[in-house]
Design a protein. Sequence first.
Length: 181
Amino acid sequence: MKGIVFNLLEEVVVQHHGEDVWDSLLDAAGLNGNYTSLGGYPDEDMGKLVAVAATALNISAIDVQRWFGRQAMPLLVARYPTFFAPHQTTRTFVVSVNNIIHPEVRKVYPGADVPTFDFALLDDGGLLMGYHSPRRLCALAEGFVEGAADHFHETAEAEHLECMHRGDPKCLVKIAFRQAA
């Protein structure tokens, strides 16, 4: 996993809980925390950090991932505004991930192993999102979608029709978008 993801996690944790909490998560996970954005690190490091955060916060690892994705999105908007500027809605932004964002990620971060998504637009304005990744971080992807919805002043409600965590070969998520109140 690329270091940029660990850098985002550190920023989110420090922003919401402080440096001491980040340091205690690293200690509990047995990690040194020296992550450079271009470096590659074992996926297990993220798993350890998510697990100790779940224990520390008394929430599930899935909820930690979703929270992290949602809270990281404003940081991504600030760093990469050109990815967001052409879009007026969450749905059009999310659908652009495979064709615009992930190819750019691979240019900036050579060797990045990004998930693959497939999409089906629903007549009601929703979206069916297929998620494929051996990392099984579908909840992180869901959090990113929720964070994007916040950016576009919408809400995103996800329903996991299929999930790798339940033994399915991929995740299939039905997402409904609504204007935020």
